[in-house]
Design a protein around this ligand. Sequence first.
Ligand SMILES: Cc1cc2nc3c(=O)[nH]c(=O)nc-3n(C[C@H](O)[C@H](O)[C@H](O)COP(=O)(O)O)c2cc1C
Length: 191
Amino acid sequence: MVRNYDESPVDPDVVDRALRNATRAPSAGFSQGWGFLVLDRPGDVRRFWAAATDPDDEQDRWLRGMSRAPVIVVPCSSKAAYLDRYAEDDKGWADRDESRWPVPYWDIDTGMASLLILQTAVDEGLGACFFGVPPDHIAAVRQEFGIPGPFHPIGAITIGHPAGTEGAAGSPKTRSRKPTDDVVHRGRWRE
Ligand SMILES: Cc1cc2nc3c(=O)[nH]c(=O)nc-3n(C[C@H](O)[C@H](O)[C@H](O)COP(=O)(O)O)c2cc1C
């Protein structure tokens, strides 16, 4: 994840490629219950930060570096799309009972699509960062950009040209990657 950008523009073709790749993500029942709000004009990017942050927030390192990114994609998931899809005859969950779902596949699939956006950015020599929109700012973001009821922003992704090291470092600065052997359990889970 890159949290510091310069202000040089991103080639719109690259953004289009990232979005095309996002639509190749796997999805349960091929539901594709996702939508991607793309903000690639300076005014729109400014409106995003105004809606997603508090006016009295200090312009901290994180925000200064992140808000220079010229492109933001807001991936949104639709639970309703999955309930509708699985109510079809070949799936047969016509009762739309949410207890049938082991985990929220709508968010998982939109997360997988988000990873394809991140990977496309890296593949193109750009930087990107997936980050959370604070719960108390979701309504403002929805309102500002007309995100319709069934769609829920699962976060947001900045895309841009990485700039130096002065941005926020992120958690890897203070935590190390867990060794593979600590997280892989072969044959039987061991503590
Ligand atoms: C679901 C999710 C939410 C995240 N939220 C934030 C965030 O709000 N702010 C941020 O700077 N990074 C965020 N990250 C990025 C993680 O901090 C980052 O992936 C992790 O520290 C590992 O670093 P790396 O991806 O650069 O290897 C998030 C990542 C994920 C997958």
